[in-house]
Design a protein around this ligand. Structure first.
Ligand code: V47
Length: 365
């Protein structure tokens, strides 16, 4: 009976483990990635998703602000970052940032997601004033701001510890950290892709320091460039081990590589099958992460919708303005309305729930 469900018999022992609630190993992750049976892999991921969340699927009413693209790192995969003075480099003033917040005060936004580059000389007071000024204008909003890479950079610029930096930012209004900047933890890949960037150990250490201070963080993996499948599995296992220790990761977000306007423009980026498989394998391997998020800005609303049948329980949110992916050629809209998000979730057979940053349900009736 069971075997009829799987075209690929290699999935049977994994099915047994999933049914028994047993942790999967690196070899299982590779088997899942290499399986030609996409529907079988999706079925397994959905067993886990169903166990954790039933038919619930989450979205958030959020606003993204990318305050500056000036960055010292020069990563090959990035079309957003610029050196100071280069064409296309920008840096919003505090007033410009506050104007973006004020322009949407009439909307029921519960989270503002703030990410920029590693700026060489903006003073630390700029970041503190940014957070304080937004909170003054929108006291109830949750500020999910600055990737672990930005936090480590700020600590270095200020010659202080990551912990002190996080404490100061938290006192100014920081609520949690977004999951960016993890890329792929493989040293082989990073040597070529982003040799200047904060190391995997550094990234994990910032996230775990935040967790120990009682703050949540997300985690990402940039896939579909020059990494191998084993390197993806290894990335997931490193996150899983970190989560076992500190438990503060809320969501894992695989980020589909967009090659346009990057130094890797000759690459194709991931296929539809790869997108779905990566999300499904994430759900299966990351048994201790509560949520798997399909970022529709990168995947497209249609693929994000489909992914709800492949282990995903969150499609991110309204967004409304995004630069990092759009500068790398994304053809997706800048934003989706609540009605659009709810519609695509319902059509996938799920029950849409608006959430806040820490996944408490927001009543929008
Ligand atoms: O860190 C950069 C990635 C990240 C490209 O935490 C690219 O909820 C694809 O982390 N193609 C920033 N990806 C975005 C991010 C994020 C997005 C949505 C939700 C959350 C969350 C986090 O974007 C960067 C980098 O890994 N990125 N360039 C590119 N060409």
């Amino acid at each position: 009976m069971t075997s009829l469900r799987f075209e690929d018999q290699a999935l049977l022992p994994i099915h047994e483990k999933v049914l028994a609630g047993q942790r999967l190993e690196a070899a299982d992750g590779l088997t899942l990635f290499q399986s030609p049976d996409l529907l079988g892999v999706g079925y397994l991921a959905n067993l886990v998703r169903q166990r954790l969340h039933g038919r619930k699927a989450f979205y958030i009413y959020n606003q993204h602000i990318n305050y500056s693209n000036i960055c010292v790192n020069g990563c090959k995969f990035c079309a957003f970052g610029r050196k100071a003075g280069d064409a296309g480099a920008y840096e919003m003033s505090l007033d410009e940032i506050f104007a973006k917040v004020e322009a949407r005060l009439s909307e029921p936004i519960t989270e503002i997601h703030i990410v920029g580059g590693c700026h060489p000389d903006l003073p630390f007071s700029f970041y503190l004033e940014m957070l304080r000024g937004i909170k003054a204008r929108r006291p109830q909003v949750h500020l999910q701001a600055f990737t672990a890479v930005e936090i480590a950079h700020l600590a270095e610029l200020n010659r202080t510890t990551v912990e002190e930096t996080l404490r100061a930012l938290r006192d100014a209004g920081l609520g949690s950290l977004p999951g960016g900047g993890a890329e792929v933890f493989s040293p082989r890949v990073r040597q070529d892709l982003c040799p200047q960037k904060l190391s995997p150990e550094g990234w994990l250490s910032v996230a775990q320091t935040a967790h120990r201070l009682g703050m949540n963080t997300n985690a990402t993996m940039l896939y579909g460039h020059m990494e191998g499948l084993e390197e993806r599995v290894d990335h997931m296992l490193k996150l899983r081990a970190a989560q076992d220790e500190t438990g503060g990761f809320l969501a894992f977000i695989p980020l589909a590589f967009h090659p346009q306007n990057t130094a890797l423009e000759h690459l194709q980026g991931p296929s539809a099958i790869d997108d779905l498989k990566t999300l499904a394998v994430s759900r299966l391997m990351l048994d201790n992460l509560p949520h798997i998020k399909a970022f529709w800005i990168m995947l497209g609303p249609k693929m994000a919708q489909l992914s709800l049948c492949f282990g995903v329980d969150d499609v991110d949110g309204t967004v409304m303005e995004e630069r990092i992916t759009h500068m790398a050629g994304a053809q997706t809209p800048q934003g989706l309305t609540r009605t659009q998000l709810e519609g695509l979730i319902r059509e996938a057979g799920c029950v849409p729930l608006e959430r806040d940053t820490i996944y408490r349900v927001v009543s929008n009736q």
